[in-house]
Each structure stands twice: as C-alpha cells, then as structure tokens.
Design a protein around this ligand. Structure first.
Ligand code: GLC
Length: 415
C-alpha cells in the first residue's frame, strides 16, 4: 500500500490529520520516549548530544520492551495532551494513527537528508504523502542459525521450511536437548510480524497493496500451517509461544536453539565476548526460509516524530537531525548491529567486513512486505494476533481462523 493511499476508512489530512505545518519553535530541554535500550547505546548517543547542547538536554524515557506496551503509553500521554514526551520513537506501524489524530506534527522534508535514506523506510514515516516521522533505524527479519552445528552435519542454511525441519532432525540426532526453531510468538505485535512473514513466505498476503485484505486463501493457509504444524510436531518448542524478542534472544544466547527468526540487533549481543552469550562466534545469519524457497521479511523499524504537545519543537527538530545523520547511524550500527536507514552504510566495505549480513539485510529491507498503514492499525494487529494465537494453540482450525480474520479485516478497512 502506498503512503498516499492509506487504506479506506482513514480520515484524509484535511479532515483530521495533517493540519497546516506547525511552527517548529521553542528551544530548551526535551525528552525522548523510546523502547527498551537493550544495548545501552541510545543513552551514549544522547550523552553526546547533551555535551554539545547543555541548555537543550535530552532525557531518555525508557518505555517497556513490548511494542504494544510502548504504544499504549504513548497513546495515553497523547490523549491527555501531556508534554511528558517530546520526541517519540514510533514503530513504523503507528505513523497513520499518530498523524491522523494530530498527536505528532508534520515535518518539513527539506530539513532532513531523505534522499540519503532507504526509500522504503522514508515511506513508513509518511501519511497522505506528508512526512510525520523520520526513520532512524530499520528492521528486517533474519534467520539466525548455529553454523557450528550445521557444519557438523554437513548442512547449508535452509531456504525452505522443510529443509529447516530436516536439518533440525540431523542436528538433534547428536544434540537431543536442543530446540529447532523460535520466533516471536507471544500474543503481541511480534506475532503479527511472524504471522505475516509466514503468510508472505508461502505466497499469500494479509492486506494487499491495494489496501484490501485477502487472507482467506490456500497460500495463506499453507503459511499458517507452517506455524501450526511447528507447534504440533515440536519443531517450535512450547516455550516459544511466550517469546517476545528478548526471551528468544536469551534462549538463543544460552545455546538452546538451532534456528531463530530475529531482528539484526541480536547479532552484536549474541556475539558479545564477555561471557553473556554461549554462542558468540558460533552462528551466522541467512534470509528467512519459505514454503518453496526463500521467504519474505516484514518491514520493521522506528521513526522519530515530534509531539504536538511539546513546547520545545526546535530543539526536538535539531535532535532528530542529529540522530538521523550519517555519523550517528554509523556509530549506532557499530555499537548495536541495528539496521541503519542511511543507504550508503550498507555498501561500506569496512562495515560489511564487521557485519557480513549487511548486503543481504539491505535486500531484505528493500523487498520487505509492509504491514497495513491504517489509523486503526492496533485493531487490525489484534485481530491478526487472535487468529494466529488461536490456530497455534490448536483451539481453532487454521481455515476457520483465516475466514474469521478475513471478515474482521474487511470490517476494519471498510470505508
Ligand atoms: C521490532 C520492529 C518493529 C516491530 C516489533 C515487533 O521492534 O522494528 O517494527 O513492530 O519489532 O515486536
């Protein structure tokens, strides 16, 4: 779906969203509301800004780890017109809701180096063709695999789900206590991502580029079947249905998993040589597998926006410019292995040496499938999570879960 056509049922900017541009004035201290700083690097970046701007200090407000819980706190603040959060680190899927409700201000495109950023990431910050949020990190799903264990059985990284299961059998013959595969299967935004990837990787769609849901199809059924069968036959361990990103990362780092669907941030942490990871130096990453060949990632990432209720909008603007610029993105990649939005970093020979997955990640982000860009995104996501969870827990047959989901999505995206 293009940013200009944000799905039927959404208010056009003149009706409720994009107001005339608000003057970005006001200089002084601000806050940055952002999800859990898993690497500690965000605080370092903010410290660097603060050292240069003693009268415009930024205070980080760390929000919960789960995307849904972050959104809930940001929405609550916005609904009470609180100025507690000045800059909001928005998940790519929240732009429409925050823009349409005028909780964030529209931003002047010419203030940012948008032509230097991956176009797919810039799109996610737009609503009805206007910029509301500037992408600072992107995200694409990767298949982390235990290279040491695959080498020991002479296996290559799998390109299909069937190959992945077969490789697990071989590895488990020697290491019976290991689990095969995990992703983010708790009932929250991560499940929406993993469900969408399964559907897309079997050739199906959840909501098409035309904004129309089309999930009650044989292709989608095969995608969901991968997750349902995985739970049934143990390829996906029972614990994985309680995993968000961090629980899965801990399991992978403890050496419990052969394969793990995860974002790039895990690369640096799982490679840490300080004893916190048992798998440092023992894993590699590959594209996600699919039904008949490589799968498709869902596009993730985060964009910085300015709260409509903060008095110090000029400082907020300058801080966002600082964070999106090449030096900060380079430093952040090196410290955290998070996916930058600055396109040239993916082709930088030094960086590619340190992070060999960068070219593959760039392709994965460029080809990634977007989640629907709609104001009622949270309701859409909740419907998806319910369908996925009920099918994976065995309480609803997959075909019924998809039929119900199709009806709900039609209602939520209807004009
Ligand atoms: C990552 C992604 C984000 C996604 C979330 C799901 O943070 O960047 O887009 O919604 O994971 O858990």
């Amino acid at each position: 779906m293009t940013a200009a056509a944000c799905g039927s049922g959404d208010p056009a900017p003149s009706q409720g969203g994009g107001n005339g541009a608000v003057a970005l004035e006001g200089v002084g201290p601000i806050t940055l509301a952002s999800g859990k700083d898993t690497s500690g690097n965000l605080q370092k970046q903010v410290d660097a800004w603060n050292a240069q701007h003693p009268d415009q200090k930024v205070t980080v407000i760390e929000l919960p780890e789960s995307a849904d819980a972050q959104r809930q706190q940001m929405v609550q603040n916005a609904q009470t017109k609180s100025d507690a959060y000045s800059v909001l680190n928005l998940d790519v899927v929240w732009t429409a809701e925050f823009a349409a409700n005028q909780w964030v201000v529209s931003l002047p495109e010419n203030e940012f180096p948008l032509d230097k950023l991956l176009p797919a990431t810039v799109e996610t910050g737009k609503y009805f063709n206007k910029l509301y949020a500037v992408p600072t990190t992107s995200d694409g799903g990767l298949l982390y695999y235990r290279k040491d264990l695959l080498d020991a059985v002479g296996a290559q990284p799998p390109t299909t789900w069937a190959e992945m299961a077969a490789t697990c059998e071989k590895v488990k013959a020697k290491n019976p206590s290991l689990d095969c595969y995990a992703g983010q299967f708790e009932k929250y935004e991560g499940l929406t991502v993993n469900f969408s990837e399964a559907i897309n990787s079997a050739g199906g769609v959840v909501v098409g580029d035309d904004g129309k849901p089309n999930v009650n199809t044989p292709e989608a059924a095969q995608g969901l079947q991968f997750l349902v069968d995985g739970v049934k036959n143990g390829t996906i361990p029972a614990e994985a249905r309680t995993y968000k990103e961090e629980e899965g990362r801990r399991a992978f780092q403890a050496g419990e998993l052969i394969f793990h669907r995860q974002w790039p941030y895990q690369y640096a942490l799982a490679n840490a040589k300080d004893g916190s990871s048992k798998v440092a130096g023992k894993f590699a990453v590959a594209p996600l597998p699919g039904l008949n060949g490589p799968g498709a990632s869902t596009l993730g990432g985060h964009n910085y926006a300015i709260s409509a209720f903060t008095p110090n909008k000029k400082t907020a603007l300058d801080f966002i410019k600082f964070m999106v610029d090449e030096p900060q993105q380079r430093a952040n990649l090196m410290a955290t292995s998070q996916a930058p939005t600055w396109a040239a970093l993916y082709d930088d020979a030094e960086l590619v040496k340190q992070f060999p997955y960068l070219p593959g990640l760039k392709a994965s982000i460029e080809n990634a499938k977007k989640r629907p860009s709609v104001v009622k995104y949270q309701e859409v996501s909740t419907a998806i999570q319910e369908a996925a969870y009920s099918a994976m827990s065995g309480s609803v047959p997959p075909a019924d879960a998809l039929a119900t989901l199709q009806t709900k999505l039609e209602q939520l995206t209807a004009s």
